[in-house]
Design a binder for this molecule. Structure first.
Ligand SMILES: Cc1cc2nc3c(=O)[nH]c(=O)nc-3n(C[C@H](O)[C@H](O)[C@H](O)COP(=O)(O)OP(=O)(O)OC[C@H]3O[C@@H](n4cnc5c(N)ncnc54)[C@H](O)[C@@H]3O)c2cc1C
Length: 277
């Protein structure tokens, strides 16, 4: 379905942001291929918007939300999953089929496409450790099979050698012999330390080598500081919460304030994990 002037605050977990000029939710890969063959506009592919902030000026192009492409297939231990499937669904699917290693995914509120783009990770595990191959689609609607070697994979950063392609699906291999993490334990751990349930994007900043961003922000005395409706969480200092109709500007200004303060107090440059468009 194609919509116009769609508020991106409705599609981003920070509940802030401007309008997408056009907004498309394809119901199949075939429909998406056909759409791409007929558009020349700038494109932005999204999943659940759990790591995304669209500036208040909006996006002049088409935002393509892939959450209707969400099937998962299993062939022995090889899983093929569409990029719009949620990580929670994938994690439940793995357990139901006695496949282990993906328990950490239950704690990350995004899609497979977002996890591929971000190399999402938690509790010491990272998504790309389980990737065997991915299917991508370029801006003109051509499908490609890409190997892991076609990407530079780092902590929360994925650089494709072939740019301008979105992730359509991934082939994964989860073959740990047994589970060593109980999903409920992981979720309890999360709930105890993070402001889960409030509008946020999870960790705003990457952890600099040898440091924790949350600790640096807390040591800079910033916990609880607000700009407009955007506040640094008092529970976890690396979370910004939209407490009261924050604009994207409020959030970005708070990010800048944190970066400048931590630079002054610790002489460390904090880099955002959040994608700002
Ligand atoms: C409460 C909370 C806790 C979180 N905890 C964690 C955590 O523990 N670990 C962690 O890594 N992250 C965490 N996050 C951040 C977020 O959930 C992850 O980064 C997730 O992988 C983003 O997935 P998404 O589908 O929401 O992506 P989006 O936010 O929609 O997009 C993120 C980026 O990926 C790109 N993208 C999305 N789909 C595609 C696609 N199909 N093809 C190409 N590019 C695409 C977008 O353009 C954008 O640049 C947390 C977020 C919240 C709100």
């Amino acid at each position: 379905m194609l919509k116009h002037n769609e508020p991106m605050a409705s599609h981003c977990s920070l509940r802030a942001g401007g309008l997408a000029q056009d907004f498309y939710t394809p119901e199949s890969v075939t429909a998406l291929v056909d759409f791409l063959k007929h558009t020349t506009q700038p494109l932005l592919f999204i999943g659940l918007g759990s790591n995304l902030l669209i500036r208040d000026q909006g996006f002049k192009g088409v935002v393509i939300k892939l959450t209707l492409l969400k099937s998962i297939h299993l062939d022995k231990t090889k899983i093929t999953v569409d990029s719009g499937a949620t990580l929670a669904k994938l994690s439940r699917f793995l357990l139901a089929n006695n496949l282990y290693g993906g328990e950490f995914l239950s704690a990350i509120p995004g899609t497979v496409g977002g996890a591929l783009a971000m190399n999402a990770g938690a509790f010491g595990a990272e998504f790309w450790s389980f990737v065997k191959q991915v299917t991508t689609l370029d801006n003109s609607g051509t499908i490609h099979q890409r190997q892991v070697e076609d990407f530079d994979i780092e902590y929360r950063k994925v650089t494709p050698h072939h740019t301008g392609e979105c992730f359509v699906s991934a082939t994964l291999n989860f073959n740990n012999p047994h589970s060593n993490q109980l999903i409920q334990d992981l979720l309890n751990k999360r709930n105890a330390t993070q402001p889960i349930g409030l509008p946020s994007c999870g960790s705003v900043f990457k952890n600099p080598t040898g440091h924790y961003a949350a600790q640096l922000i807390e040591q800079a005395g910033l916990k609880g500081v607000c700009i407009g409706g955007a506040c640094i969480s008092t529970k976890h200092a690396n979370f910004i919460i939209n407490t009261n109709q924050a604009s994207a500007d409020d959030i970005e200004n708070l990010i800048l304030h944190i970066q400048q303060t931590v630079k002054l107090t610790a002489n460390i440059d904090l880099e955002t994990e959040l994608k700002i468009i």
